[in-house]
Design a protein around this ligand. Sequence first.
Ligand SMILES: Nc1nc2c(c(=O)[nH]1)N[C@H]1C(S)=C(S)[C@@H](COP(=O)(O)O)O[C@H]1N2
Ligand SMILES: [Mo]
Length: 425
Amino acid sequence: MTMSFKGKPSRRAFLKGAVAATGSIAGASMANAAGDPLITQVQEWASGTGDGVDATLYGMPIQFESDVIRRNVEWLTADTISSINFTPIHALDGTITPQGCAFERHHSGAIELSKADYRLMINGLVDTPLVFTYEDLERFPRENHVYFCECAANTGMEWAGAQLNGAQFTHGMIHNMEYSGIPLRALLEEAGLDAAGDLKDKWVYVEGADASSNGRSIPMEKALDDVLVAFKANGEALRKEHGYPVRLVVPGWEGNMWIKWLRRIEVTTQAIESREETSKYTDTLEDGTSRKWTWVMDAKSVVTSPSPQAPIKHGHGPLVITGLAWSGRGSITGVDVSIDGGKNWQEARLGAPGTDKALSRFYLDIDWNGEEMFLQSRARDSSGYVQPSKEELREVRGLNSIYHNNCIQTWWVKADGEAENVEVS
Ligand SMILES: Nc1nc2c(c(=O)[nH]1)N[C@H]1C(S)=C(S)[C@@H](COP(=O)(O)O)O[C@H]1N2
Ligand SMILES: [Mo]
């Protein structure tokens, strides 16, 4: 880039920028400034006053951003009750997902449960079975942590071939929020775990208050590690669709275990083998056997822009390539980006150092001269794991899987800036 955005650009600086072989951003618009009414004339919004402070008591995004919304794929599910929609990751930046556009996944719809009616029971192999009200939970020491929540089915439609045209649809079953809550460990210790004996082979069974209950078994080791009983997300109460008033946060593990409208925690001697951990959320391999208890979400990444819903519209010159990376096994240590379908890789810049089990934002700033690109990103995490290609993943997993597809994604960016979901081989 030859021209600085800071300070007052002089005519000389402009000319220098314009004749440079690469990289003037400001050139085109500055050349037009003289005849541009947006610069030379007083505009309507500067001729009167704006809205008063109480125009909106709880704010929504401005009308010009009305396309930054969750979307579903109608043919995926029979109705919207047991269904899923997708976060508009192609249109977001940074790492925090606003609750208002964070994907939803319900098995029997989002229920309305008030704090007054809320109860959380801990029973099973505990010294004293307990029931907490919402107010009781507020009196435990709490913590704040940012974590991603990814549905195991994210990218599940892409196993057999490139299918859905947009990062929102291929990778949007994910959100990343700052949770305020109580370590599950504190509640289990309040009930007392002496009755459970050796904790090594013990489990907790967790379920929600909705009709589906979405019951899941979690090994005690994880339950005592970093699981949170959360009641705030991004500073405010959980939205109804994310489990108001209380949900479980199971860092790095598949979204299905993040029980919403959490109502009961039972300490058990074995996994319950519920529907959600047998006929669902298991991975059938090529030989017909199925992997189960595949809880951890492996490292993964995707370029969010440019992408099919976010084509390049500004012509040649400086181009910001950006995307998201995450790992359920730790933090993101680096992301490589390829513009030629994986032949050559360049190290991207992380927006901030990776943190444990949370989204990382990456950027690669290039000079684009209209050549077509096969854009890919490849995440690396603190365990040393490197995100696999689609071919590598299929070799191990075959084509019978739905869940846990963390392969490298390819966008074919054409000379006109439009992008398409493709596979390279
Ligand atoms: N009680 C309950 N908890 C639930 C579910 C549900 O249907 N009922 N869906 C699960 C699934 S499959 C996922 S991926 C996450 C999604 O959380 P979200 O809707 O906040 O995005 O919630 C999980 N927790
Ligand atoms: Mo899920």
